[in-house]
Structures are given as C-alpha cells and as structure tokens.
Write a protein that binds this ligand. Sequence first.
Ligand code: FE2
Length: 285
Amino acid sequence: MNTILTNERGVERVVAGQATQDGAGVKLTRVLTSDLQHRLDPFLMLDAFGTDNPGDYIGGFPDHPHRGFETVTYMIAGRMRHRDSAGHEGLLTNGGVQWMTAGRGVIHSEMPEQEDGRMEGFQLWLNLAAQDKMQPAGYRDIPSTEIPELRLKDATVRVIAGTSQGLAGAMHRERTEPLLLDIHLDAGASFHQPLPAEHNAFVYVYRGSVTIAGRQIDSQRMAILANTPGSDGLVLRAGEAPARALLVAGRPLREPIAQYGPFVMNTREQLMQAVQDFQSGKLAA
Ligand code: FE2
C-alpha cells in the first residue's frame, strides 16, 4: 500500500554530473561533486559507472587510503574484489552492496574480477559526524539476497538503508538516518516515500525517465529535491517505459567539511594529520 502524501517535494535543480577518471583509469561520472557537499550533507559524493568496454574499468582501484566517512558501493552488474588493511576481503557481485566504514583509517583496493562483460554500479560517500570520524574501521558485505525488497503491484523497491513502507533495510545509521532505495517502476507506475522536510534528498535516474512534481527527469540525471518546509515526501512516477532510480536521503550533520582527496574531516589540521599518519604508516595501524 502506498502512503498518501499531501505536499510532495519539488525539484530544486537537475544535475548531469561530470565525466572523470579515478583509481587506475576507471571511467565514471561524478554525479554528486564536491561543490554539492554542503547542499546534500551528509552525502559527500556519488559516482556512477556503467560500461561494456573492459578498457574503461580493468585498471580498478589499487591500494588507496580513506579516513573520516563511509563508502557504500552498489553493484548492478559485474564483479569487484575488495581487500583492505584490516584483513577484510569480499567479492561484490550483481545487486550486492559493500558498506565500508573508513573511520580512523583504512587502506583498500577495489579491483574488477572479470576481463570482459558489463560493469555497472555506484559508489556513494556518507559522511561521519565529528565524534565518529576516528572510530575503528568496519566493513560489511551485503549480498543481493540479504537486501529486503518491497514487492508492490507495479514496482519493486530494494531497501538498502533506512525504512520504506514499514520494511527495514539492510543498514541503519542513527545519526544521519540514511535512506538508500533502488526503485524499479513498471511503465506508468508511481511510488510514494515519506521524507522529513529537513532531510536532504536526491534521486538519480539510471533507466528510463521519471516525473517528480511535474518535472521530467531523464536517465543519467540527478534531481536535487527541494527542502520546502511542510513538505512530506517524494512521489516518483515512471514515464511510458519502465524506469529505475536511486533515492538517497539523510539528516544533515551541519558540521564543517574539510576534504583532501580520500580524507574527509572537519578541519585543515585534521587533514594534515591524516596525510602524516598515512605517510608514516599509522593511518590504518
Ligand atoms: Fe576506496
């Protein structure tokens, strides 16, 4: 049953993202870029990758460090092997999620475990509150079969984080209450999701197109949703073809954001400390 909303959120802005490369030459689109980190607090980055050309992904992401936030990798197609300095290892496959808490520090690699075929997915960065940034690193592999799914008449919603229509997702975080849904709509279907007005939220469409408050959002576009006071949630409608989109929302931390590459802290001094710890081998010790 769909919740009835009376004051749906509008679209503040539509973003196309920037084509870029990361790791050892992996081609991707940075959808949530650093200039949007305050607007979409607590989310720091969203990368989308999708290609049938092995040359675009085969280099993978060899050993690199992180500190101060969490990375959430969601694989639509392909196989990616993860290894980190804490001894964790996992294979991310179709429909699975890897939720890594960098905390005080981790050094890891994310490498394709295929030489041909399609590689498609997303990586979302979720910030940690100042008091949580130096917690021990953690890691969870969530295979596709462990992601709860809402089966509606004309839609399927994979609840990766948060809660949708009473169905608890695979992950929860108290401080920022992240919601991460992968929404599959049949042609013409609609889906309602209540959202607190003060939570920042965006929708990334990756198949077909959807309409939000009368505005059409095409594939490979991110809609930043307005935080209109009194608004009670999102209504997503598919066009004449089936559509798939990620809905991402969370409570903002409203803390200073200082980033230097793979380190995201609150101050410049903390960043310098992270670099120093990395260089002296203490980041992930
Ligand atoms: Fe990484």
